[in-house]
Structure formats: structure tokens, C-alpha cells
Write a protein that binds this ligand. Structure first.
Ligand SMILES: *Cc1c(COP(=O)(O)O)cnc(C)c1O
Length: 244
């Protein structure tokens, strides 16, 4: 496939996703400007991310540090004039903190005090080394199914984690992220998430972001207050079976 064909395909998909977001906002009585689209480029090549920036898509997300660091650098090389904002949305080990803070503008998957501490320390080192300009935006990831293998902090401990993040130099608490449980009603899960997010906002007025909704469930997420949908498949196509 030529770059041009690929660009046309992505442009069409972007329009279709835009239409879904606009319709969901209208149905929820919310202004379209309240919901940001983040394109999840994991497993797709840097050239796809570059084409997305050509189409005006500035928020991009990845879920693996090893893949994202080189990809972000490649996009910088391909499109020196674009300045996409990179989000980390996948499970993150503490020993990757120093690497992640070199490319990520925001980490949405902070689900433990120990990870938050590691990121804060890494940010301070990276700022000192001139590798990043300043603090890291952070969302705390909530678990909606209490399955530890899928990441996220239990809702009962989310407030404590948010308080801890808010007290760390180098991190800026911006909100809450979650993935809907497998095989359950996403609307019910997103309603619980919205309750937790609004409770958290009482103590942390700057934690305004609610990152919820993917290709298959962005409508119920927007109905329950999502400010940021993370869409991969509906924009770029199906990922290989072996891919995360
Ligand atoms: C892959 C991924 C997405 C995008 O999922 P799609 O179903 O492809 O839209 C969103 N959020 C997270 C955390 C992901 O890992």
C-alpha cells in the first residue's frame, strides 16, 4: 500500500471516529470540546503516527516503552515540524521509569505508590539531565474488575494513591484512567468509575481528566463523563493476533 492510500484510509477512519464522538457527545448533552481523541498507535509503524499528525491528530498513545521510545524518535525525524503529545497507557514496570520519561508527555497507567515514586525520581533526573522540560502529567489507573493481571488500583485505594501522586515533586496529577472489564457491561463499570473520579476531583480540583472508552465502548464512556477516549483499532485497523 502506498503512503497516499494509507493516508486516505486513516483519514476516512478518523472521520468515522470523529462522527461517533460527536454523536455520543450530542446524545449526552455535552459539548464536543470536552472530549479529546487519543490515537493508540501501538504495533503500528511510525509512518502511521506521522500520517496521523498530518491529519491534525496530535495526541498519540503507546503501551510498551521498548516500542514507543524509538517510535517517538522516528516520528520526530519524519515530521520535525509536528509536535505530537505522547501518552503511555500500558502496564509499566518501575525499571522502565527512567526510559519512559524521555518520550512520554503523560503517563495514564500509574497504579501504585511505588511506580509513582519511581516516575517522580526519574522525572527529576531527566530534567536535571536536560532530557525533558518539566513535570510529567499523570493519571491514576483504576481497576474496574479487581483483576491484578490487567493493571489498575482498586477503587477503594484510589484516593490514597491520588493523594500520594499529588504530593510528589515532578508529577502533576491530572485525573483517572480505566479500561472496561472484559465480558461485562461497560456502562455499569464506567458509572462506577465516574463516581470515583468525581470524588477524587473534590480533593484534587486539577484532576479533571477521565480517560475511558476505546474503539468498542467509546459511546458509554462519553455518556459517563469521559474526557479522553483512547482509540486504536477503529483508526488503524486490527492488530495482529500475537500483539498486545
Ligand atoms: C490498545 C489500547 C487501547 C485501544 O484499544 P482499541 O480497542 O484498539 O481501540 C486503549 N487503551 C489501552 C490501555 C490500550 O492498551
Amino acid at each position: 500500500m502506498s503512503d497516499e492510500q494509507r493516508r486516505d484510509g486513516i483519514a476516512q477512519a478518523l472521520q468515522a471516529v470523529e462522527a461517533r464522538i460527536a454523536k455520543a457527545c450530542a446524545a449526552a448533552g455535552r459539548p464536543r470540546s470536552e472530549v479529546r481523541l487519543i490515537a493508540v498507535t501501538k504495533t503500528f509503524p511510525a509512518v502511521d503516527a506521522a500520517l496521523l499528525t498530518d491529519l491534525g491528530q496530535t495526541d498519540l498513545a503507546e503501551n510498551r516503552d521498548q516500542e514507543a521510545g524509538p517510535k517517538a524518535e522516528e516520528v520526530r525525524r519524519l515530521r520535525p515540524g509536528a509536535s505530537p503529545r505522547w501518552h503511555m497507557v500500558g502496564r509499566l514496570q518501575r525499571n522502565k521509569a527512567r526510559s519512559v520519561v524521555r518520550w512520554a508527555d503523560e503517563v495514564q497507567s500509574v497504579d501504585s505508590v511505588r511506580l509513582a515514586d519511581a516516575l517522580a525520581k526519574a522525572v527529576r533526573a531527566a530534567v536535571e539531565a536536560g532530557e525533558r522540560p518539566g513535570p510529567l502529567d499523570v493519571l491514576v489507573q483504576a481497576s474496574l474488575d479487581d483483576d491484578p493481571s490487567r493493571g489498575g488500583c482498586p477503587l477503594t485505594q484510589l484516593g490514597e494513591l491520588a493523594d500520594h501522586v499529588a504530593g510528589l515533586e515532578g508529577l502533576r496529577l491530572r485525573g483517572v484512567m480505566a479500561v472496561a472489564p472484559l465480558g461485562a457491561d461497560p456502562a455499569e463499570a464506567f458509572a462506577r468509575l465516574a463516581g470515583a473520579a468525581s470524588g477524587l476531583r473534590r480533593d484534587h480540583p486539577g484532576a479533571v481528566e477521565l480517560s475511558a472508552g476505546m474503539s468498542g465502548d467509546l459511546e458509554p464512556a462519553i455518556a459517563h463523563g469521559s474526557t479522553c477516549v483512547r482509540v486504536g483499532t477503529a483508526l488503524l485497523g486490527a492488530r495482529g493476533l500475537a500483539s498486545p
